[in-house]
Design a protein around this ligand. Structure first.
Ligand code: FPP
Length: 248
């Protein structure tokens, strides 16, 4: 699968983050149970991971389960956990073959023991891979992530390891789950809603945000290519003027 013609392979976003929304509504449109939407959503995950790896995206972060998602009905939470475990077990060989490294962000200790174990094993089995980093946000919330970072930093100040003046962007970055990963350049949300839903609140400060009405189960190669093409048409100014950006 080569890079589609609509995309300039030299200006790919290094890090694409996706809020995969719309599984439930899509299933309803098909008169199917919500879990069917999540199942077909896993096929979209597979397709988008393959595109990202083939096209040369470095990091793909997928919002697979938020801290708030624990409040969903138990059978839906159980179904999602089952799909996740299955996906990891089924995809390990493909991750190894395609040089994909799996990482995760979030309070993963909260996941059911069996899922947590498969997750930890997949992370360790793929840790040497260096093509695409597939980063799954699981039991993830941006505000909890910041609370966790502030607590760690406060403890370091208290113990005298650092001074308050040492607290800067770099230090905060290094205490987030995403430490070591570049910030997302492009943040996509499917499903027709236009909000961040507690996703990568710090890291997405300068991300280009792309909202699409496509529901996640129908978001495949062509839709992904359109999102990247739109990103490439935008001018990223990082607070500067157009003239400053043009003069480099
Ligand atoms: C949002 O749709 C989607 C989720 C809460 C879960 C996303 C999970 C998957 C695609 C499957 C498992 C993931 C992996 C990585 C294997 P929604 O249910 O909120 O849709 P709605 O807004 O239409 O109700």
């Amino acid at each position: 699968m080569s890079v589609p013609q609509s995309i300039d392979p030299k200006h790919l976003p290094r890090h694409v983050a996706i809020i995969m929304d719309g599984n439930g509504r899509w299933a309803k449109q098909q008169n199917k149970p919500r879990l069917y939407g999540h199942k077909v959503g896993v096929d979209s995950v597979q397709a988008i991971v393959e595109c990202a790896a083939e096209w040369g995206v470095e990091v793909l972060t997928l919002y697979a389960f938020s801290t708030e998602n624990w409040k969903r009905p138990a059978d839906e939470v159980g179904g999602l956990m089952g799909l996740l475990k299955n996906y990891l077990q089924k995809e390990l060989s493909r991750m190894l073959k395609n040089n994909i490294r799996l990482t995760c962000i979030g309070d993963v200790e909260k996941l059911p023991k069996d899922v947590h174990k498969v997750l930890k094993n997949t992370i360790s089995d793929t840790s040497k891979n260096d093509k695409l980093t597939l980063n799954l946000a699981l039991s993830y919330g941006g505000r909890s992530e910041m609370i966790r970072a502030v607590r760690m930093i406060a403890a370091e100040v208290k113990s005298g390891d650092i001074k308050t003046d040492d607290i800067d962007e770099k230090l905060i970055d290094s205490h987030l789950y995403t430490a070591g990963l570049p910030d997302p350049d492009l943040l996509i949300r499917t499903g027709g809603e236009a909000r961040l839903s507690n996703f990568l609140l710090w890291q997405a400060s300068y991300a280009e945000i792309y909202f699409t009405d496509a529901m996640w189960p129908e978001f495949r190669e062509e839709a992904f290519a359109s999102a990247i093409a739109e990103y490439q048409r935008r001018e990223r100014r990082f607070g500067k003027t157009s003239a400053q950006v043009e003069s480099g």
